[in-house]
Design a protein around this ligand. Sequence first.
Ligand code: ADE
Ligand code: ZN
Length: 386
Amino acid sequence: MCRGRQQRQQKQKTANYSDVNSQSSAMLKRFVTSMPKVELHVHLEGTLEPELVLTLAERNNIDLSSYFKDVNDLRSKYESIKCLNSFLQVYHRCASVLRTERDFYDATMAYLSRAKKDNVVYAELFFDPQCHKQTGVSFETMADGILAAVDDANHQLDIKCKLIPCFMRHLSEASAMSMWSEIFKYFQQHPKARDKIIGIGLDSDEQDNPPSKFHGVFWKIRHASKSVVGDMHIVAHAGEEGPSNYISQALNLLRSERIDHGVQCLSDDKLVQRLRDEHIPLTVCPLSNVKLGVFDTLKQHNLKRMLDFGLNVSIHSDNPAYVGGYITQNYLAVIEALGMNESDVVCLAMNAINSTFVLESERVVMRQQLRDAARPLLLMLSAEYE
Ligand code: ADE
Ligand code: ZN
């Protein structure tokens, strides 16, 4: 998966110069900022900056004045979030401003433009159709707007993006089934969407909402006509704050190909062994985990331990507008807090590429882009340690 990592660690132990350390740390930070990145765990609704929420609320004549006074007030609401539950309340309220195709277009374009600044070359973007269904928006309206922005961003910004609508687990399986029927119809009417809408996810509040609740609907998705929906990938949030057993359920019952978060896995040795042996991707979101109280501080985050166990972990941003950082900031924060070195960083970035749902030939290109970007750093550091 990430060969070379152990070798690098041994070399570093023999180096004993403090100026080398500070120089290499500055170089590492520069590298992280400029390296090509892959984003696999980001929610469109979690990218809505307060300014955009306000603009869309005004455009759609939605009165949110009883909820916040102005943009600063809304920003302080974002800042005061402390747990998943309080986060989801603000998240749903703010997401309710997305009503028209143009709103979905603008939100997606705003995110992809911001991601471009972080040198994201490829993103798999989540969105929550049931959330917008509650305000009367059809799947077609959401998907048309998001897909148009994805196309324009590809041409104008040279950034690639695919989509993964998610079911919200605090709602019933019947609600997920009805959403799936609407998605299926969309595929029937828009066959080209198959290339861009590449899977279905599961998110929202884990508490008392195990993956088993959605066994039936994911079975139906796996058995849906390929000629209509193409290859639908399945991913699930599990083991964010829910028990490690939810990760096993997501794998066994839903046949999830990736686990979003998964940080609770270390409490189960057998599961860790399976995740390692089967190279199951775990898309970890360090700043989100601290913001939502999964870990008290970033120093206590278990990302480094997961990596040292040989797990296929990668770093992502989850809800960047809310949790205090986009993808680059997540990388920089873990370097600082957990003492990640350059081979850890390259390994995390490589894992993200290996975990994408794209053709192997596209992964080959992304791996080469990363190697090219990393080469000067790795060469310079190995020369310094001679
Ligand atoms: N939806 C958006 N962000 C989420 C998170 N961190 N956990 C579960 N559901 C979410
Ligand atoms: Zn998430």
